[in-house]
Design a protein around this ligand. Structure first.
Ligand code: MN
Length: 357
């Protein structure tokens, strides 16, 4: 396992590389260029500037997150050709600077969805991301996008770029006639074009699960269960067509057994990296995010790490979505303190698993 930490870049992350370096056991970051709109080429200069900065801080940058797939690719529009070409150029450019894994998703419109970005946790006064399906029922997609942008403390949130709001209604209309099977056909078209390039340059694509792990607003969503990922794996048979095991996203649905999912896809060599975090179920399709410690939520982080050790021990792992604690303010889900605690806890589980062999 290589322990990593998400970092948004020096101009938009209040957490510095030096702070990340000071967390025990950090090998590197999962990098992110938050100013790049979906569909644009990530140029060599931009990548070099970002990765040189990471290396100068004594950290690696072998995973890049959120090279977003343009909506036209997902919708299968003729304009997808140019966006796929751009995507391929970005893959080649990232490979030149030592990137091994690209995390992405194939979710229509909404990258992830919450109804509150700072729900206070009564027991201790901290706050975390929160989701309640009942609250969604009274909202339109445009309402939820506006609310999410307003609530994010002025920070950019991946998947919620304000410029997307303008096109939202047109995009939603396009999806009205697209079924989950249609979306998979478009997905296969994309994978068939990019995976041979990934094999050539030594990059693995890691598909991130739907978050939350069920359909929303009637949109086709195809990545929220073991069965869904079996279908994705079958779209293009290659270890480069892999999966980012996000325990909190898949685990938002109690029907998904996360250690089982790790073992299933780990044995197949289809897990390239993992986001490890915990969730607390509060009712039917209602949850909040919890501290990483197993006893504070409903996922068993020890079992998850054990499954990683048994079936895919060499993957990249990072803590995910911390609570806001100790008065910290910042990008919802991406404060320093609780994620640092999470990393230390996961490292502790890992050390115990290794020593118990
Ligand atoms: Mn995740």
């Amino acid at each position: 396992m290589k322990m990593t930490f998400r970092w948004y870049g020096k101009d938009s992350d209040p957490v510095s590389l030096q702070m990340i370096k000071q967390i025990p056991g950090m090998s590197g970051i999962m990098g992110f260029l938050d100013y790049k709109p979906a569909g644009e080429v990530w140029t060599e200069d931009e990548i070099k500037d970002y990765i040189d900065g990471v290396h100068a801080a004594g950290l690696e940058c072998e995973v890049i997150e959120s090279v977003n797939v343009h909506e036209d690719i997902k919708m299968g529009l003729p304009s997808r050709e140019k966006y796929i070409e751009n995507y391929i150029t970005t893959i080649r450019n990232l490979a030149k600077y030592g990137v091994k894994v690209i995390v992405y998703n194939f979710m229509p419109v909404f990258d992830w969805l919450r109804t509150d970005l700072a729900r206070v946790i009564e027991e201790d006064g901290s706050n975390s991301l929160y989701y309640d399906e009942e609250e969604i029922k009274g909202m339109t997609p445009v309402d939820i996008v506006k609310k999410t942008i307003e609530d994010c403390n002025g920070f950019s949130l991946p998947g919620w770029e304000p410029e997307r709001l303008a096109e939202l209604e047109t995009t939603l209309k396009h999806y009205e006639n697209l079924t989950a099977d249609d979306l998979r056909v478009n997905y296969k078209y994309f994978l068939d074009k990019i995976i041979p390039v990934c094999e050539e340059v030594g990059i693995r694509m890691a598909c991130h699960p739907d978050d939350p792990a069920w359909p929303i607003f009637g949109l086709p969503r195809i990545a929220h269960s073991i069965e869904d990922f079996d279908k994705i794996v079958a779209l293009h048979d290659s270890p480069a067509n892999a999966f980012c095991l996000c325990s909190g996203s898949l685990g938002s649905n109690p029907a998904n057994d996360i250690p089982e999912a790790v073992r299933h896809f780990g044995k197949m060599d289809r897990i390239a990296c993992a986001h490890v975090r915990n969730v607390k179920y509060l009712g039917e399709r209602r949850f909040r995010e919890a501290a990483h410690l197993s006893s504070t939520g409903d996922l068993d982080l020890y079992e998850i790490m054990k499954a990683i050790d048994e079936t895919c021990p060499d993957i990249y792992v990072r803590p995910d979505h911390g609570r806001m604690i100790w008065g910290e303010t910042g990008r919802p889900g991406y404060g320093l303190y609780d994620r640092a605690l999470g990393a230390t806890y996961i490292n502790g589980l890992w050390e115990a698993i290794q020593k118990n062999k």
